[in-house]
Design a protein around this ligand. Structure first.
Ligand code: ACO
Length: 320
């Protein structure tokens, strides 16, 4: 039986770090308010000349190095992002070119907001298990700072920029065990960006818009349900999960979900304090951070889960 296994993980955070106190100079807020409500202490923001593909390439190089993989061995590239450099070409095509990959492998973006990385992993897993590719480069990368309204304290305190990547390879050893992805467009207006193409012209504000309490309520229920469903479908004992690696949006959503799953806080990877919400980049950033710290070890079982605009959400159980 063919599985997809993570061969290497990498990430990249832009150099500019903005603390809650720094933000309090721009909007009426405080470190105390932000930290109590979200668990966030700081976020990293891309420089003016840094685009999503630049962050993606840096994360990808780290992942390729960890996977001991030459870029031209990659035969599929998928980037999860809502802040690609252009409407087209895709950020994945730009990444392919910047990495010097000349083998003409398929490269495309997917847009599932904060669930983008897991959607991309699920798709790559299907390609690998179906024999369509052998080594896939999966990236979540965002420059959300470009679509945040820096005058709106309801949203600007929540988001940050960054990128994370994983190299997935075909293997006889178990890797991805099960994934379940969902979407429900009935909730499209709860979390969205107003701006859109209208008869060929851009209209509306290019800013993230959100009903925070509605997101909170839906997120906890949906994530708890999909995580349970994934574990059950894999017929895997919940107590054998070594780490919950959740989308890093908000520590209160993460705590509530872990409680529903009866997972103790010691088994939860939490990086939101330093990264804030980096949308599609958040899960691979968190993964890389705690692989580097030595917490996450080879052979351990990880439960990934996340939700974003759409709503789009899902969970994935894998052996690292
Ligand atoms: N600093 C100080 N005060 C603020 C701030 C701020 N940054 N933002 C809002 N407030 C004020 C509001 O104006 C309001 O004031 P009022 O009572 O005078 O009207 C008060 O704080 C309470 O506002 P609420 O919106 O009710 O605050 P709440 O406790 O719901 O917390 C929050 C807001 C943190 C956004 C919460 O709803 C939440 O965590 N929601 C989840 C949203 C999320 O994680 N989104 C990320 C994208 S989706 C995803 O990735 C899953």
């Amino acid at each position: 039986m063919t599985y997809s296994r993570i061969l290497g993980v990498g990430s990249f955070l832009p150099a500019k770090r903005v603390s809650n106190d720094d933000l309090a100079q721009i909007v009426e807020t405080s470190d105390e308010w932000i930290f109590q409500r979200t668990g966030i202490k700081a976020r990293h923001l891309a420089a003016d000349d840094e685009n999503t593909s630049d962050l993606a390439v840096k994360a990808a190089r780290n992942a390729l190095q960890q996977a001991n993989t030459d870029p031209n061995e990659i035969d599929l590239i998928i980037v999860g992002t809502v802040t690609g450099d252009y409407a087209f070409p895709s950020t994945a095509c730009l990444v392919q070119q910047k990495l010097g990959i000349t083998n003409r492998c398929p490269a495309f973006d997917i847009q599932a907001a904060c669930a983008g990385f897991m959607y991309a992993m699920t798709m790559a897993d299907a390609y690998i298990r179906g024999g369509l590719c052998k080594k896939a480069l999966i990236i979540g990368a965002e420059t959300l700072s470009r679509i945040v309204n820096w005058q709106d304290r309801n949203t600007c305190v929540l988001f940050g920029d960054g990128a994370g990547a994983a190299v997935l390879g075909a293997s006889d050893e178990p890797g991805i065990l099960c994934s379940k992805m969902y979407a429900d467009g009935e909730f499209a207006s709860v979390l969205h960006m107003d701006g859109r193409m209208n008869n060929g012209d851009w209209t509306g504000a290019k800013f993230i818009n959100m009903d925070g309490q509605a997101v909170f309520k839906f997120a906890v229920k949906a994530l708890s349900e999909v995580a349970k469903e994934t574990i059950e479908a894999a017929n895997f004992p919940a107590e054998k999960i070594d780490w919950l690696v959740p989308h890093q949006a908000n520590s209160r959503i993460i705590d509530a979900t872990a409680k529903h799953l009866k997972l103790p806080p010691e088994k939860v990877i939490l990086t939101v304090a330093e990264h804030a919400n980096t949308s599609a980049a958040s899960i691979p950033l968190a993964l890389d951070y705690d692989i580097q710290s030595g917490k996450i070890q080879r052979g351990q079982h990880l439960l990934l889960e996340g939700i974003g605009g759409g709503f789009a959400w899902g969970a994935m159980l894998l052996r690292y």
